[in-house]
Design a protein. Structure first.
Lengths: 200, 956
C-alpha cells in the first residue's frame, strides 16, 4: 500500500484558505485588504434567557473583546459569532454553557474572512456596500450584515491603532471572489493588483 | 481660421500658460487648459459644430454649456460628447457626428427641400405601408440617418465604469450662490453635506458676472472649501430623486472611470439648480450666430472668446442688459439693442452657415453676424417633479414655480424666485439650516433605532419651523413666439428639429394635449429632454388653442434629468463566483470548467466516458461540494422534516440516512436529497446544488413565521464541508487505508448510513454511505480547510486501485445509467410528485406536509405524465434532451426526453423521459421527434435503472 502521503494532518499548518492572493495595499498605505480566514469562528445560537446568552453579554449589533482575546459579536438576534486564534476553535465551542436551547457550531472552515483596514477603508467599502459607515452609525465595534459586492456578508468594525478596520466574513466558497472584488475597489486609491487577480 | 481669443478677462478659467493641441475633423487646433471643446473651437473661428437631426441644418453654439443641443460631437471612440461642457484635453480627436460626407456638405440637406413633407407624424404616416417594406427597406435606410454618433466597441479604450454609495445628511443639487450657501449652513449645523454641481466649477451665474459677482463667488467658494463636512462633486449631475430620497448622481471626469454613478441615501435634498435660459422662437433662430445671452457671457467672461463682430441683442431682463456691456467690452459692435419689455422684437434672421441679416420687429433689416436673445428663464423643476411636485405657471413672471414638495426636499435659489446675490445666498443659508435640521432629526431617529449605531448623545433636535422669506417673483414679459410673419418656422426643439409650425399642425390634427403632442411630434424627447423646449412648446400650443399657459400644463419630467451612459448604469460587473476548496486543483489538472449557477465545477478531465467506466470498474472521486448542506439542531427537527418532506421521519435512528423529496404548496416537486441523523437532536440535510439557497430560506421562513414555537436552529454549512464522493467497487478498499474510527464493514456500515470519523488524519469528517452512481460509494464531508489534503491523500493511496477523478459529466452519465432523476431536469415547474416516480415514498396519511392537499389530489389523478426509462431502438442514436415524444402518426405531443446519454457501461444510448400514462407500461414503443425533424423509436423499460436495477452493486 502506498504511503507517500502522510496520514497525519496538522490542523494549524495545513489549514488552507480559499484566498490565495496576498495582501493588497494602496501605494500610500491608506488601505489594505488582507486575508484573515485562518481564524477560529464559532457560531452560538441561544434563546433569550439562557445562560449562554447571558454569558456572551453583547446585544445584536454589538461586539466586545474578552480578556482572553476572544471577539464576541452579536451577529443576529439570539445569534453570536466568536472569533479567536485558529487553534482555539474547540476551546471556544467547549466554553459555551449549552443548558437550554443552545446550539454551538464550529464554522471555522465555513467562512472566509477578510480585513479591510486603513484611513480609506470606508471609502473602499462604499464602492461595494450600501451601508452608512459613518462613525456614529457604524462605530468601532458595530456588527451588521450587508451585501458586499453582491455577496451576503457579516461585518464587524474592529479598529486597529486608531484607524478604521472592518472584518468581513462570507460563505467560504465566495472568499476568492470577494477578496478580488475588494482588491479591485482599492485600485481607485492606488493599489496595484497582483497578476491574475481581478473581477473583469 | 481667425483667432477670436480676447485679452485676459477677470473671471476667465483658462490657463493661458498651458496650450493644448487637438484636432477637429482632422485639422489641428490649439486651445488652453480650462477651455471647453466648444470654446476652444470658437476661439479658433469655428462656427458650425453639427448638423440638425432631420433637416441637416447647420448648427452653432446656442447655450455654450452642458445643455447645448447643438454641441454633440464625437471624441475618439466616444460618441455624444457634450462639447459645451467637456473640458479640452491634449490630443483630443474631435469630429462632427452624423454628417455625410462631411460637416460642410451633407447630402441630408435635401430634406430641407422636401421639408414640408417631413412634418409632424411623418414617420407614422409614411412608413406604415407596404408592410414588408418596413423590415427590408425603411428600417435599413432610416438607420443610416439615426443620430447619436458611432460606438467603436471593437477598438474602444474605455475602461470600466464605476459606482459608489453615499449617505450624506444633506445633498445640495446645484452649486450656484444659493446652493453653496445652503451647503455651508447645513455643514455648520453639523450635517454631512454633498454638494453637486454639473459644471466643472462652483459658482453658477456668478462665474461670468461682474466684479461684485466674482468677489461674492470667491467668498462662497472659500467657505465651501474650508468646511470639512462638505464633499463637492463637480462636473456631476443629480439625475434622479426616488422614494425615501434615494438620489442618483452621475459623476463625470473622475480618474477611476469616465462616468461614475453615485447612489446616495439622503436625509434632505436641497434643489438649487438655478434657471435655464430659454430660446426665443423666430424664423432662423437656429442659424449659427444666434445664441442666448448666457452663452455670449460665458464665452466672453469664462473663456475670453469674442462671439461675433456685429450683434443684435434682444433683452427682456437685466441679464440681457448685462450682455450688452460684456459684448461692448469684448469689442463687439451693437448694431441693435432691442428691449422686449418695450415691445421690440426680432422678426427673422437670415444667413446660411452664419447670421448675415436680421429683420427687426419694426421692419428694419440690419447686417449682423451675431444675435443674442435674453427672453426668459425655465425653472428646471425635474427633481421636484420626481418628488411629487406639480409646479405652477405664473404668467406675471413668465415661468413655473415649485408648488408642494415633501419635507425632505427643499428648493432654493433662482428656481424659487429672483434676488440679488446676497438675497439668493441668504435664502440658501436659511434653506441649508432647515435641511440640516430635518436631516439630523432623521439621523437621530436612525441612530436610536439601529442596533449597531452609537446611541444619540442628546435629545432629538427640535423641529425648526420654516420661516424663510420667499424670494421675490420679479415681473417678466411672456416672450415665447416672435410677432414676425414667419415666426412659426422657428425651432422649438433643436434636438429633434421640431418647429413651431409642426406643433400647430399637430394641434390641428387633434393632438392638442401637451402630453399627446409631445409623443406625436417628439418635441422635448431629444437629449436636452425639454430643458430648452418644454415651456416654448406649451406656449406655442396655448397660442394655437387660444388658451392660457396655466391651463395647458406641461409634460412630466421623469428620471433621468440628463442622459446617462448605459455603461455607467452597469458600473463594474460584480458576478459572485463560488469555488470549492478543490477547484484550484481541478484547474491545475485540466478540468473543463462548468458554470453551474454561481459555482465553477469540474465538468470532466478530458474523457468523461472513460472516467465513468473507471468508476464502474475501479474507483473514482468527484468533488460534489456544491451539494447543499444544512446543519439542523434542536428537539423539534423531526417535526420540521415531517413538514417539508413528503415521507416520514419519526423513526430515523442515529447514524441512519433517509432520502426525501420536497414539494411546494402546489404539489410540484421542488427539491430532494438525503438527511442523516448525527445525534439525538442533530441532523445534516443535503439538498440539490441549485436549490440549497431556496431550501434554506424556506426552512427559515417556516421556523420564523409559521412555526416559531419549534426549537430548531438551521445553519448553512455547504462551503465549510467539502464533499468528496468516493465511488466504485474499490471504494471501500481505498477508504480502509485512510479512515480511522469507523468500522467500514458492510455489516457495521450498511447502505444509507452515516458516521463521523477521521480521514487521512483529518478529524471531524462525516462519512455517508450513499451515492448517485449506483456503485458502492461513500461521500466524505471534510472540513474545507483540509480538503485538499484529503483529496490528494485519496489519489495517492488509490493509485494502485486505478483511482481517477471524475467530473460532473461522468456523474450525469452514471446516474442516468442508474436511473436517478434530477429535480429541475427530469422534472419541471409543473411536475407533481406522482410524475417524479416517487411511488410509495409519498405518505398521504401524515397530519401535515407542505403541499399535502395538492398531493392527495394529484394521487387521485390518472392523467399525469409518468417518468420512465427509455432506450432508443437504434442503440447508437442519442436523442437530444427535450426532444418530443409524439404520436406515431402525427406530431401530437405525448411527452419528452428529459435526459439522454451514451452509456459506456452498456454501449448504447439511454434516456429518461416524461410520457403520457398511456405510454408508461414497460415494453411500450414510443416515437421520438428529433431536432432535425426525423423520427426514431424507443422502448419504455421496466425500471428507471438501465444498469443494475436490483441494486446489487451499491449494496455490497
Amino acid at each position: 500500500m502506498p504511503t507517500s502521503i502522510p496520514r497525519g494532518c496538522d490542523r494549524m499548518s495545513d489549514f488552507k484558505s480559499p484566498i490565495t492572493a496576498g495582501t493588497v495595499t494602496a501605494a500610500d498605505g491608506s488601505v489594505a485588504v488582507a486575508d484573515e480566514t485562518a481564524t477560529a469562528k464559532v457560531v452560538v445560537r441561544a434563546a433569550a434567557g439562557t445562560a449562554a446568552a447571558t454569558d456572551l453579554g453583547v446585544g445584536f449589533g454589538e461586539s466586545r473583546l474578552r480578556a482572553d482575546g476572544t471577539l464576541v459579536c452579536g451577529t443576529r438576534p439570539e445569534e453570536w459569532t466568536l472569533f479567536a486564534g485558529l487553534e482555539r476553535a474547540g476551546e471556544l465551542a467547549a466554553s459555551i454553557d449549552t443548558t437550554g436551547f443552545v446550539s454551538v457550531l464550529d464554522i471555522t472552515h465555513g467562512r472566509a474572512m477578510i480585513r479591510v483596514s486603513g484611513p480609506k477603508a470606508a471609502k473602499v467599502l462604499e464602492k461595494v456596500c450600501n451601508v452608512d459607515l459613518s462613525d456614529d452609525m457604524t462605530p468601532d465595534g458595530a456588527v451588521f450584515s450587508a451585501s458586499v459586492a453582491k455577496v451576503t456578508c457579516d461585518l464587524l468594525r474592529s479598529d486597529r491603532d486608531g484607524e478604521p478596520s472592518y472584518l468581513i466574513s462570507c460563505e467560504r466558497s465566495f472568499g476568492g471572489y470577494l477578496h478580488a472584488a475588494l482588491a479591485d475597489a482599492c485600485t481607485e486609491f492606488g493599489a496595484t493588483l497582483p497578476a491574475g487577480l481581478g473581477i473583469h | 481660421m481667425s483667432n477670436l481669443r480676447l485679452p485676459e478677462r477677470p473671471g476667465e478659467v483658462i490657463d493661458r500658460g498651458t496650450p493644448l493641441s487637438f484636432t477637429w475633423n482632422g485639422k489641428s487646433f490649439t486651445g488652453h487648459r480650462g477651455d471647453t471643446i466648444a470654446s476652444a473651437l470658437t476661439a479658433n473661428g469655428v462656427e458650425v459644430f453639427a448638423r440638425s437631426m432631420k433637416y441637416k441644418r447647420k448648427r452653432g453654439i446656442m447655450t455654450a454649456d452642458h445643455w447645448d443641443p447643438n454641441l454633440f460631437v464625437q471624441v475618439g471612440d466616444e460618441p455624444n460628447v457634450r462639447a459645451g461642457s467637456r473640458r479640452l484635453e491634449a490630443g483630443m480627436q474631435v469630429s462632427a457626428q452624423n454628417v455625410w460626407p462631411n460637416l460642410n456638405f451633407d447630402v441630408g440637406t435635401a430634406n430641407q427641400v422636401v421639408g414640408r413633407f417631413l412634418s409632424s407624424g411623418f414617420y407614422y404616416k409614411t412608413f406604415m405601408r407596404p408592410k414588408w417594406f418596413w423590415h427590408n427597406v425603411y428600417q435599413r435606410v432610416l438607420r443610416k440617418f439615426a443620430p447619436g454618433g458611432r460606438i467603436h466597441w471593437e477598438t474602444s479604450t474605455h475602461g470600466a465604469y464605476d459606482k459608489r454609495y453615499a449617505h450624506p445628511d444633506v445633498l445640495v443639487a446645484g452649486g450656484g450662490p444659493a446652493g453653496m450657501a445652503a451647503a455651508v449652513s447645513a455643514a455648520e449645523a453639523d450635517a454631512k453635506v454633498m454638494l453637486v454641481e454639473h459644471e466643472p466649477e462652483l459658482g453658477g451665474h456668478l462665474r461670468w458676472g461682474d466684479a461684485d459677482d466674482l468677489a461674492a463667488l470667491a467668498e462662497l467658494r472659500s467657505a465651501v472649501d474650508a468646511h470639512p463636512n462638505i464633499e463637492v462633486l463637480l462636473d456631476s449631475t443629480v439625475t434622479g430623486r426616488y422614494d425615501h430620497n434615494w438620489v442618483a448622481v452621475m459623476q463625470r471626469s473622475h480618474d477611476i472611470a469616465p462616468e461614475r454613478l453615485v447612489k446616495a441615501r439622503v436625509g434632505s435634498l436641497v434643489v438649487a439648480p438655478g434657471l435655464i435660459e430659454r430660446p426665443y422662437v423666430f424664423s432662423g433662430n437656429d442659424t449659427p450666430g444666434v445664441m442666448l445671452s448666457g452663452a455670449a457671457r460665458r464665452l466672453i467672461n469664462l473663456w475670453a472668446v469674442k462671439p461675433g463682430s456685429k450683434a443684435v441683442v434682444l433683452s427682456a431682463n437685466p441679464e440681457g442688459d448685462a450682455v450688452i456691456a460684456d459684448l461692448e467690452a469684448a469689442g463687439v459692435e451693437i448694431v441693435a439693442a432691442l428691449d422686449a419689455r418695450a415691445g421690440d422684437d426680432i422678426a427673422e434672421v437670415k444667413g446660411s452657415g452664419r447670421v448675415s441679416k436680421v429683420v427687426l420687429g419694426d421692419g428694419r433689416t440690419v447686417d449682423a453676424d451675431l444675435v443674442v436673445t435674453a427672453t426668459g428663464w425655465t425653472a428646471p423643476t425635474s427633481l421636484l417633479n420626481m418628488a411629487g411636485d406639480r409646479p405652477v405657471y405664473d404668467p406675471s413672471a413668465a415661468r413655473y414655480f415649485p408648488n408642494q414638495v415633501p419635507d425632505n426636499v427643499l428648493a432654493t435659489g433662482g428656481i424659487t424666485g429672483n434676488g440679488s446675490t446676497a438675497e439668493l445666498a441668504a435664502h440658501g443659508t436659511a434653506t441649508g439650516t432647515l435641511a440640516a435640521n430635518r436631516a439630523l432629526r432623521l439621523r437621530h431617529a436612525r441612530r436610536a433605532a439601529a442596533s449597531r449605531a452609537r446611541s444619540p448623545e442628546g435629545p432629538r433636535p427640535e423641529v425648526l419651523e420654516d420661516t424663510r422669506t420667499p424670494l421675490a417673483r420679479v415681473p417678466h414679459p411672456e416672450c415665447y413666439l416672435s410677432s414676425g410673419a414667419n415666426a412659426k418656422k422657428g425651432m422649438v426643439d433643436y434636438s429633434e428639429d421640431v418647429a413651431a409650425k409642426d406643433l400647430v399642425q399637430a394641434a390641428g390634427e387633434g393632438f392638442d394635449s401637451i402630453e399627446l403632442m409631445k409623443r406625436y411630434t417628439t418635441v422635448t424627447m431629444g437629449p436636452t429632454q425639454g430643458k430648452l423646449e418644454t415651456v416654448n412648446a406649451a406656449a406655442v400650443l396655448a397660442k394655437a388653442r387660444q388658451m392660457e399657459m396655466v391651463d395647458i400644463g406641461t409634460t412630466v419630467w421623469r428620471p433621468p434629468y440628463a442622459p446617462i451612459s448605459l455603461g455607467a448604469l452597469a458600473g463594474r460587473i460584480f458576478e459572485p463566483v463560488r469555488r470549492s476548496a478543490l477547484q484550484d486543483w481541478h484547474d491545475a489538472h485540466g478540468a473543463a470548467p462548468l458554470l453551474a449557477g454561481q459555482w465553477v465545477r469540474p465538468d470532466h478531465y478530458g474523457d468523461p466516458m472513460g472516467e465513468a467506466l473507471n468508476v464502474r470498474e475501479n474507483v473514482g472521486i468527484i468533488d460534489v461540494t456544491p451539494l447543499g448542506k444544512l446543519d439542523l439542531r434542536g428537539p423539534d427537527v423531526t417535526k420540521l422534516l415531517e413538514l417539508v418532506y413528503v415521507n416520514k421521519w419519526q423513526k430515523l435512528d442515529i447514524g441512519r440516512v433517509r432520502y426525501g423529496t420536497m414539494v411546494a404548496e402546489d404539489g410540484v416537486v421542488s427539491d430532494d436529497g438525503v438527511t442523516g441523523r448525527l445525534g439525538e437532536d442533530h441532523y445534516l440535510m443535503t439538498t440539490t446544488s441549485s436549490g440549497a439557497g431556496a431550501v434554506w430560506e424556506m426552512l427559515e421562513d417556516y421556523l420564523q413565521t409559521y412555526r416559531p414555537e419549534w426549537d430548531v436552529h438551521v445553519t448553512a454549512v455547504t462551503g465549510g464541508l467539502t464533499s468528496i464522493n468516493v465511488a466504485g467497487p474499490k471504494s471501500r478498499e481505498l477508504l480502509l487505508r485512510l479512515v480511522d474510527g469507523v468500522d467500514l464493514s458492510p455489516e457495521a456500515f450498511p447502505y444509507f448510513n452515516v458516521r463521523r470519523g477521521t480521514v487521512a488524519g483529518v478529524e471531524d469528517c462525516i462519512i455517508w454511505r450513499i451515492g448517485f452512481t449506483g456503485e458502492l460509494s461513500y461521500e466524505v464531508h471534510v472540513p474545507s480547510g483540509h480538503a485538499l489534503h484529503v483529496w490528494e491523500a485519496l489519489l495517492a493511496n488509490g493509485e494502485d486501485l486505478g483511482i481517477k477523478p471524475f467530473g460532473v459529466e461522468s456523474q450525469r452519465i452514471l446516474r442516468l445509467e442508474k436511473g436517478h432523476y434530477i429535480v429541475g431536469q427530469d422534472t419541471d415547474g409543473l411536475t407533481k410528485a406522482p410524475s417524479a416516480g416517487l411511488g410509495g415514498l409519498v405518505k398521504l396519511d401524515k397530519p401535515d406536509t407542505l403541499g399535502l392537499p395538492e398531493l392527495k389530489a394529484a394521487y387521485e389523478r390518472t392523467d399525469l405524465p409518468v417518468l420512465v426509462a427509455v432506450q432508443p431502438d437504434d442503440p447508437q442514436l442519442v436523442p437530444t434532451e427535450a426532444d418530443q415524444i409524439v404520436d406515431g402518426d402525427s406530431n401530437r405531443i405525448l411527452g419528452r426526453i428529459t435526459s439522454s446519454r451514451m452509456s459506456p457501461t452498456l454501449g448504447r444510448s439511454v434516456c429518461l423521459g416524461q410520457v403520457d400514462p398511456s405510454l408508461a407500461a414497460a415494453g411500450t414503443s414510443v416515437t421520438i421527434l428529433l431536432v432535425d425533424g426525423r423520427r426514431t423509436t424507443g422502448t419504455v423499460q421496466e425500471h428507471h435503472a438501465h444498469v443494475d436495477p436490483e441494486g446489487v452493486r451499491q449494496n455490497v
